[in-house]
Design a protein around this ligand. Structure first.
Ligand code: DC
Length: 227
């Protein structure tokens, strides 16, 4: 059985960056499950399919192919053979992705794909329902938290660095709306697993969070080997 680290946390909690660094340090394959929901949303946007059109979404899901590939040391996301690494991070996708991620048939398609990835390698997987639904028996479960304002500030800064000029207020509103949809949805709502370790990142640097998680993994891993 592979070693599995589950990292759940809201948008802007630093989850993506932290997971990537911890994965490199601990030799774990890094899987960003949000990217998979973003691929579904993008595939539907490209075909002008609304989130309420379940019949057409079903068709998209039947043929969808989502892959993570390492290209010259960088992890890239491919949707039906096309590199969509940047295309899934636009404001348009940000605005609709939570709606698509709340749909049962979407989750029923994506969750088994994620579980299969955990059979094939030692992984660190980040998302919203990894410790609760995807891998309830994960070896390590972390729940990252952060204040809403700090999350919006981080996302606003990230956008600026990517050349996306979206006002702080708009970013804050988007994050707030998505959070409401993610926590209140019926299927796989974003909640902390009972046995997850809670880390509030609001006043911590990326390095501090990385160090905490690395230490937790080392502790659990040696415990697992000793058993
Ligand atoms: O982590 P992110 O912002 O890239 O995630 C994009 C969307 O997908 C977000 O609205 C939450 C949703 N998501 C989810 O419902 N379950 C996951 N395991 C990962 C992401």
């Amino acid at each position: 059985m592979a070693f599995i680290v589950a990292i759940d946390g809201p948008a802007g909690s630093g989850k993506g960056t932290i997971t990537k660094i911890v994965g490199q340090k601990m030799h774990l394959v890094n899987i960003d499950t949000g990217a998979m929901y973003r691929c579904v949303a993008l595939a539907c946007l490209n075909k002008e399919i609304e989130y309420s059109n379940i019949k057409e979404i079903q068709k998209v899901l039947e043929n969808i192919q989502i892959e993570f590939k390492n290209v010259s040391g960088n992890q890239k996301v491919f949707l039906n053979g096309e590199d969509v690494t940047n295309a899934i991070r636009t404001h348009e996708v940000d605005n609709v992705v939570a709606k698509f991620a709340a749909i049962k048939i979407v989750r029923d398609k994506v969750t088994p794909l994620q579980q299969k990835m955990g059979e094939e390698a030692n992984i660190i997987m980040e998302g919203r329902d990894i410790g609760t639904v995807v891998f309830p028996n994960a070896d390590v479960k972390i729940f990252l938290d952060c204040s809403l304002e700090e999350r919006a500030r981080r996302r606003y800064k990230q956008n600026l660095e990517k050349g996306m000029h979206i006002s702080y207020e708009e970013v804050l509103e988007n994050i707030q709306k998505r959070h409401k949809l993610e926590t209140e949805r019926e299927v796989a709502p974003f909640i902390q697993a009972e046995d997850a370790i809670y880390i509030d990142t609001t006043h911590l640097s990326i390095e501090e969070v990385v160090e905490k998680i690395v230490n937790i993994i080392k502790e659990r891993n040696s415990y697992k080997i000793k058993k």
